[in-house]
Design a protein. Sequence first.
Length: 169
Amino acid sequence: MLIFLIGMMGAGKTTLGWQLANKLGYSFVDLDDFIEKREGKSIAQIFEQEGQECFRELERAALEAVVTENTKAVISTGGGTPCFFNNMDFINGQGKSIFLNVPLSEIFTRLSGSNLALRPLLANKTEEERRLFLTNTLAARKPCYEQAVYTLNGPDFTVQALLKLLNYN
Ligand SMILES: Nc1ncnc2c1ncn2[C@@H]1O[C@H](COP(=O)(O)OP(=O)(O)OP(=O)(O)O)[C@@H](O)[C@H]1O
Ligand SMILES: O=C(O)C1=C[C@@H](O)[C@@H](O)[C@H](O)C1
Ligand SMILES: [Mg+2]
């Protein structure tokens, strides 16, 4: 079984995905980390040197590779993964998808300080620009995220809630 966590930057996909995989004894794959290892560059470097369009191609290829390489895994996707190409249909054809739905105010609080450097779409923006960008991005992406089979409403999630949703207990 493949379990995909989807949602905005800062929703907690990486944090929770790792915990869920440990609990289930599944492999854990963070798609952003996978891309960085595969390319030998950070996400920020890929955006800077090759641009977002190229990043989205690499992201799609990485998604396919992860699916080919794993049978029992929790996969934390990148914040934009479900919203490019037919990635969301692909994800739903391969396993169970869960949308981690976190209010924008909480996302905004989490994504500040040292967290920004890791997220090229937010770096080099003023606080006001970040707020506007996150508001517009969430509005544009929500229809993609809502194609997930399950939705968990945050801001805080427990592994127990995830296990219940997935009927694992
Ligand atoms: N339940 C939570 N309460 C408070 N802070 C949290 C919670 N979950 C995650 N965080 C914090 O929010 C930040 C983002 O979390 P995380 O990296 O797991 O998000 P993500 O969904 O993987 O984001 P991205 O799409 O950018 O990779 C981290 O600093 C993390 O420690
Ligand atoms: O929301 C996004 O578009 C992104 C989220 C991150 O996980 C990374 O995949 C990258 O920084 C882009
Ligand atoms: Mg992450």
